[in-house]
Design a protein around this ligand. Sequence first.
Ligand code: NAD
Length: 307
Amino acid sequence: MKILICDQLNNKVLDELKQLGKCLDISSSENKEKDLLENIVDSEIVVIRSGTVLTKEILELGKMIKIIARCGVGVDNIDLEYAKQQEIAVTNAPSANIISVVELTAALILNAARKIPQADQSLKNSNWDRASFMGIELHGKQLGIVGFGKAGKLLSERMTSFGMKIVFYDPYIKDWKGHEQSTDLDSLLGTSDVVSVHVIKTDETKNLLSKDKLDLMKKGSIIVNTSRGGVLDEDHLFKLLQSQYLYGAGLDVYENEPPSNTEKLKNVNITSTPHIGASTKEAQLKAGIDTVENIKKILSGDNSVVL
Ligand code: NAD
């Protein structure tokens, strides 16, 4: 069985895959696109992360593909509909990297509250400017979580230990029994000191935090998005930061990646990271191990992990 590995995987994961078939790793090839088109033709398993896009045109070449394994959460880089038509089993590793994403989220919240990157840069520029870095304490403040799934709940656990009151908006969660309070989106935005976005990207969540919704946010509050680009109106967010209506922000994901408007990221209280939520050694290893397990399950006839 030929296994085509398109993006970089942990060595331990590669060793496991080698037990399952003949692996060809094109992840560091100089001409990856050409290698992908040539080698997809006789591959039975294709393993990708976010760095490879499997369009219908590419998949049409892969007449022998049985499994596409996405080593990570999002499958927006795979033409899922076409894959399903061709009876290709597509699988992913949805929970492996969630702790890493949440830890980055907590860091972005703290950065916004205390302007840590700006203070660091100021000192490194040989300034001893304490007056510019008056921050905000999180203790006793309200955190509003938009999308209360795996990431949202883990963030709640962590920020509860900071003494924050937690409210959430998630229309798909009914009769919540935890200490967090369920609310509607407008109330959450109007009353929270920190808003953190953890929805999945769907037609419904696209531009969920539109200009009008962002305008409902409390003056002097903070917003962080580590979920997916396009769920909030970035241009309007920058306007609210420039006018100092909002205190600060943190973004790991952007409508266009890489974002074209990096100038706007300068001179406002925003910490911006290049979609690195899942970029930890632990997350990559866990995602790899889950991916191998999923492939083994599908090969043994267990389709419970097929999307
Ligand atoms: P999840 O599926 O467990 O949770 C998503 C939640 O959003 C669900 O509870 C769902 O009910 C809720 N939701 C759906 N539509 C909604 C709406 N209209 N309004 C409010 N809530 C809505 O997902 P997760 O594992 O917690 O992941 C959350 C996000 O984090 C996803 O977008 C995922 O792609 C992203 N993510 C980012 C990175 C990164 O590198 N930054 C890495 C992994 C995951």
